[in-house]
Design a protein around this ligand. Structure first.
Ligand code: DGJ
Length: 330
């Protein structure tokens, strides 16, 4: 009995003591240089065994007027090496006042062997003072995953307004851009063969959702998004469908609505297929609009299955990317 109790205590201690390699939602997340990771509104691309995390680099010491995207690399999704500021843009098309570059996402096109970055480009219309009216996507490409991306162009997908974008790569490798089109809703666009434009509007979900994200899990598609409340957190919601084209179920809360998604906003759903199990990670941003460089990340493994999705209360957790197992520290 004594031995059993000792073993139990040891296990409990082990789980209660913060693990060095734990993911800590809401905490500062230092990279290999000890700097808080600058990959806000980001997305992840896996190349071989390495995950590349791209996002808005809002570091305090970035030169004024420059909009930057940083790329980090990791093999365990916990310890990240800063690779490069892969895009540094100074208003490339003479956009209007307060132009912005947000939510960069990178795809790899096997045909052209190019890495293709999509981003939300916005700003005021010519002669107007208010921002977020351009509602376009920008495209940049690179021959290597973490090299210098060259900005190509911006456009409105199939003529539609596009603000927050998300990225989805299906199990068959097909690449989709998720896009918020006010006031119509949430588009799922299939990219063209070379990924340099949008080829087809696969679905328009008539819901006003930002921070759009998708995952395909156990035969069902799950779509997640937040309400439109600027930088303030709100209850993120989800719907399901058997095909991307729908029909989609009604949207339901991802967490108790009074928790406002624990202060975060969705940016991507990351599927980790391991040797033992498949985990789906909710990647969210905890925005700090007045000190954007200090915005935090809320990553948590989701409870998913049978058409239900639930975001657990944030706690430290560990992930084994080989087995796919995610363990939440109790
Ligand atoms: C909410 C969006 O999700 C963010 O990416 C950003 O565009 C803010 N709105 C700006 O208010």
């Amino acid at each position: 009995m004594k031995i059993f109790l000792a073993a139990l205590t040891a296990t409990w201690l082990c789980l209660a003591v913060p693990a060095a390699d734990a993911i800590k939602p809401g905490a500062l997340w230092p990279d290999n240089l000890g700097e808080h990771i600058q990959a806000h509104g980001g997305g992840i691309l896996k190349v071989g065994d390495t995950y590349y995390w791209f996002g808005e680099d809002r570091a305090k010491n970035n030169p004024r007027g420059l909009r930057c995207v940083s790329c980090y690399a990791s093999t365990n999704l916990v310890n990240w090496t800063h690779r490069h500021q892969v895009l540094k843009l100074r208003n490339p098309e003479n956009f209007g006042r307060g132009w912005v570059l947000e939510r960069p996402k990178v795809f790899y096109n096997a045909q052209t062997k190019k890495f293709v970055m999509y981003m939300h480009i916005d700003g005021a219309l010519a002669g107007e003072g208010h921002g977020y009216k351009l509602a376009r996507v920008g495209v940049a490409t690179c021959d290597t995953v973490d090299g210098d991306y060259q900005y190509l162009k911006s456009f409105r997908p199939l003529g539609h307004e596009s603000r927050d974008i998300g990225q989805f790569i299906d199990d068959d490798g097909a690449a989709y851009l998720i896009s918020e089109d006010r006031p119509a809703g949430f588009h799922i666009y299939q990219l063209s063969d070379d990924y340099l434009t949008v080829a087809k509007d696969v679905c328009l979900i008539p819901e006003h959702l930002e921070g759009g994200a998708l995952v395909h899990y156990d035969g069902l598609y799950y779509a997640v998004g937040s309400e439109l409340t600027g930088w303030n957190a709100n209850p993120n919601r989800y719907a399901t469908a058997k095909t991307l084209a729908g029909p989609w179920s009604e949207f339901k809360d991802l967490a108790p609505p009074e928790k406002n998604t624990y202060g975060s906003q969705s940016t991507m759903l990351l599927k980790i297929i391991g040797t033992k199990t498949t985990s789906v990670i909710f990647m969210g941003d905890i925005w700090r609009p007045d000190t954007q460089w200090d915005s935090r990340y809320l990553w948590m493994p989701l409870e998913i299955g049978n058409g239900k999705l639930s975001l657990p209360a944030p706690r430290e957790w560990t992930l084994d990317v080989k087995t796919g197992e995610a363990i939440i520290n109790r």
